[in-house]
Design a protein around this ligand. Structure first.
Ligand code: COS
Length: 381
């Protein structure tokens, strides 16, 4: 569903206020505590953020992707760790069910994901299967009316908070490729499902990642997503096409914030008797940020519009993820440069953003995987 213009503007204005008044003041504290206060999570649930992409019939807001990216442009003008708290419910954790789940699977899980009562994580990556996702080793063996899962998933966002895991596992031991993989909805608390200690990361403190280990974990056969074996890899790829556009919009939001902070600092900071914004070399950095940011924003909007129109956007989603994640890296680097020494010390938060954005070039497919997807899209077309 697309929101009417007025409702969308109101929702975005409410979120903008929430970001300015509730989130920005606690950015440093969240990073220091490596935790988002429970009250803030409750407010995010109240705002409907966990259910942005979940259809209305299951209690979500059912936004179109075009609306979702506009929401993210505004919401992500703060530490990206806040987005991460509900990001997997909006994106990779829930969309396997939304796109390919059976009616019964959707009815069972989507309402709780929409409210945030249940947090969902996406379990694809393994210790030895990252970019080459089709080589994953986690196995799922059918035994009566349950599948028995064994294996380890790595760097799983929100795993410590998750109540539900979308797990890609190999159901056909004889097929080492993509066709042997199936997707499952696995409830946390299932005997044999263990979550490791959260990993220490370069940035985005407050957002947690951890291993998820399956040791003879018995999952009801009814939780095979879509009810058909061998479709799990395609489900994961469809989820990632959409997820890559979501991440692109996050990059645009964060870059918007960094440019705003850089402009404010350049106008305030005086050297050689004048504001540094008067110097052409500083102006060039601001102009480059704005130009790239504008291009990125146009790109995401175009790809999201095509997605909503039902087009295959694998190539465009990869282009957007590649460009937007590299763009925000360059913007963050210039933001540090414009802030000078103040950009390097913790007090201004710029160095924190510089670390926070580094992951965007890696997760949901590295820049090199996006290049590969783009090139294959071109040469196979
Ligand atoms: N949508 C639907 N189906 C897709 C698809 C997509 N976007 N991409 C691939 N498929 C299908 C293919 O059509 C193929 O189906 P058939 O066997 O019926 O022809 C099947 O999936 C296998 O595809 P392919 O042969 O292209 O798989 P590869 O192993 O060669 O490579 C890449 C796939 C590299 C693109 C994939 O592994 C990938 O995206 N890797 C990065 C993973 C990632 O993002 N990890 C981050 C972890 S999640 S935070």
């Amino acid at each position: 569903m697309a929101l009417d213009a007025e409702t969308r503007a109101q929702f975005i204005e409410t979120l903008g206020r929430f970001v300015r008044e509730r989130l920005r003041p606690i950015e440093a504290k969240v990073a220091e505590d490596d935790a988002i206060p429970a009250q803030i999570i409750a407010e995010m649930r109240e705002l409907g953020l966990f259910g942005l992409s979940i259809p209305e019939e299951y209690g979500g807001l059912g936004l179109s992707l075009s609306d979702e990216i506009e929401v993210m442009f505004t919401f992500c003008q703060t530490s990206p760790a806040f987005r991460s708290a509900f990001g997997t419910n909006v994106g990779i954790g829930s969309q396997g069910l939304v796109i390919d789940g059976t009616a019964a699977q959707k009815a069972r899980y989507l309402p709780k994901l929409a409210t945030g009562e249940l947090v969902a994580s996406f379990c694809l990556t393994e210790p030895e299967a990252g970019s080459d996702a089709a080589s994953l080793k986690t196995s799922a063996r059918l035994d009566g009316d349950t599948y028995v899962l064994n294996g380890t998933k790595r760097y799983i966002t929100n795993a410590p908070h998750a109540g539900l895991f979308t797990v890609m596992a190999r159901t056909d031991a004889g097929n080492r490729g993509a066709g042997g993989i199936s997707a499952f909805a696995v409830e946390a608390g299932t005997p044999g499902v263990h979550v490791g200690k959260p990993d220490k990361k370069m940035g985005q403190q407050g957002a947690k990642i951890a291993d998820v280990i399956f040791e003879d974990a018995r999952v009801p056969a009814a939780n095979l997503i879509g009810g058909i074996e061998g479709k799990g890899f395609k489900t994961a790829m469809k989820v990632l096409d959409r997820g890559r556009l979501h991440i692109s919009s996050v990059c645009v939001g964060v870059a918007t914030r960094l440019l705003e902070d850089s402009i404010a600092y350049a106008r305030e900071r005086k050297q050689f008797g004048q504001a540094i914004s008067e110097f052409q070399l500083v102006q060039a950095m601001l102009a480059d940020c704005k130009t790239e940011l504008y291009a990125a924003q146009c790109m995401v909007r175009d790809a999201a519009r095509r997605f909503d129109a039902g087009e295959n956007v694998s190539t465009e989603a990869a282009c957007a993820k590649y460009f937007c994640s590299e763009m925000v890296g360059r913007v963050a680097d210039r933001a540090v440069q414009i802030h000078g020494g103040a950009g390097y010390v913790a007090d201004y938060g710029i160095e924190r953003f510089y670390r926070d954005v580094r992951i965007f070039r890696i997760y949901e497919g590295t820049s090199q995987i996006q290049q590969m997807v783009i090139a294959r899209g071109l040469t196979r077309a």
